[in-house]
Design a protein around this ligand. Structure first.
Ligand code: UDX
Length: 405
């Protein structure tokens, strides 16, 4: 498995947390299959960061990144391809994030085959049974002040995918139907350890805190690296956690809530609950948290990485999607896979507490817990020898090594 094959792959992630993680994991997987890996990355530049207080995802940021990165990327890729000192293995393929539109032309000019990594959901072409002929991609996903730019971004992404030599997906066959030319080789993070791509320092004190909690008693709360909540939502979340009477671990990322002294302003019933059975951190080692025996439920925004990480550990979810693919992911979690409950109509402390108690303690949540445990088994068995992702990875390696483009 670890035999080197004298072929090199160039990987190019979009510089956001939810995109860096799967690309680094993929790098490790392909390195384990014998490929040499070069990762090109942009200078982390806040001016292309998609978060603003009012719009969590600004398509103009991505459009600007696509414009500004093209020339420097082409220069670097050509250097890699020509490898003047002959020290490195030849570049066989570029694997770029699907959101980087310019990489198709650049790869073609440089004479390199291009594959794409889809870091989000992969069901854009699925029909929506209730609303024929709509497809998932037709559903309103992102509230943005820049709808034309968003359309353009999604259109370019879809065209770029069609035009690529193949699509690598961080998913597995038991979760969804996969069309041909796609390589579902996930869950990536369960394929083995990879280097941490965390942009924020992980607070490991939450692991020793979890060690002291009873099995399956804790609700873990985190809304990923981009989503933000308003002040009133923040206090409703706090009150819901207090009302649930369950232990909680809550990630409050810097900048994710308006106002900095909010915690002190929260009502005393929450502060007492926090003291007694809660823990707040700025950023957690999430995969380790979800794998911890004390964690019994995950209140999530349903970013694809979080969703898959939760499924892989058999942790049922409370779904609170914010934008883009998260809404579709959440609907699959609650209505298709049945491994979570949806906080459908806004945030209300009583409903939050009910959802937490349902998943952690009530008999009513037993079926959801059981299904989550079954999916954990599926997520692990697909990676074993002969499993669907295992076979798909063989197919991917052969595809890259084949001379066709
Ligand atoms: C973005 C989009 O928002 C999401 O819709 C898309 O599917 C992927 O890209 P993000 O919102 O950050 O991602 O969410 P998610 O996909 O869940 O990725 C977050 C990553 O950060 C996960 O791998 C998670 O393990 C990690 N994380 C999160 C931590 O390591 N610590 C934390 O405290 C929180």
């Amino acid at each position: 498995m670890n035999q080197r094959n004298n072929r090199r792959l160039v990987l190019f992630p979009v510089p956001f947390q939810g995109h860096i993680n799967p690309m680094l994991q993929l790098a490790q997987i392909l390195h384990n299959r014998g490929f040499s890996i070069t990762i090109l990355h942009t200078d982390l530049n806040l001016s292309i960061h998609p978060r603003t207080p009012t719009s969590p995802f600004a398509p103009s940021a991505m459009a600007s990144a696509n414009r500004r990165c093209a020339a420097p990327f082409e220069e670097r890729l050509r250097e890699e391809v020509s490898s003047p000192d002959g020290r490195d293995a030849p570049v066989t393929c570029l694997i770029a994030d699907a959101l980087f539109r310019f990489t198709w032309d650049v790869a073609e000019r440089a004479g390199v085959r291009r594959m794409v990594l889809r870091t989000g959901e992969s069901r854009l072409e699925d029909p929506v049974p209730e609303f024929p002929p709509l497809q998932v991609k037709d559903l309103p996903g992102i509230n943005t002040a820049e709808p034309e730019l968003l359309d353009q971004l999604l259109h370019d992404m879809t065209e770029g995918i069609k035009d690529s030599s193949g699509v690598i997906l961080n998913t597995f066959e038991d979760l969804e139907e996969i069309s041909s030319r796609n390589f579902p080789i996930g869950p990536f993070h369960k394929c083995g350890p990879s280097s941490s791509g965390s942009l924020l320092a992980e607070d490991r004190s939450c692991i020793s805190w979890l060690d002291e909690q009873a099995p399956n008693s804790v609700v873990y709360v985190s809304f990923g690296s981009i989503a933000t909540v308003g002040e009133s939502e923040f206090s409703e979340i706090a009150l819901g956690l207090a009302d649930s009477q369950q232990p909680f671990l809550w990630v409050v990322r810097p900048g994710s809530v308006g106002g900095s002294e909010l915690l002190e302003k929260l009502p005393s019933c929450f502060l007492e609950a926090l003291e007694e059975r809660g823990k707040i951190v700025k950023w957690a080692p999430q995969q380790e948290v979800l794998a911890h025996r004390a964690v019994g439920a995950f209140w999530t925004h349903n970013g694809w990485n979080s969703t898959l990480e939760s499924i892989s550990e058999g942790v049922p979810m409370i779904c609170m999607p914010c934008f883009s693919d998260q809404k579709v992911n959440a609907r699959f979690v609650s209505d298709v896979w049945g491994v979570g409950v949806h906080l459908n109509n806004g945030l209300e402390r009583r409903k939050i507490a009910e959802a937490i108690r349902k998943l952690l303690v009530e008999k009513e949540g037993e079926e959801v817990r059981e299904r989550a445990a079954q999916f954990k088994e599926k997520a692990n068995s697909c990676l074993r020898q002969g499993g669907s992702s295992f076979r798909s990875l063989d197919g991917l390696a052969n595809h890259i090594l084949s001379s066709e483009s």
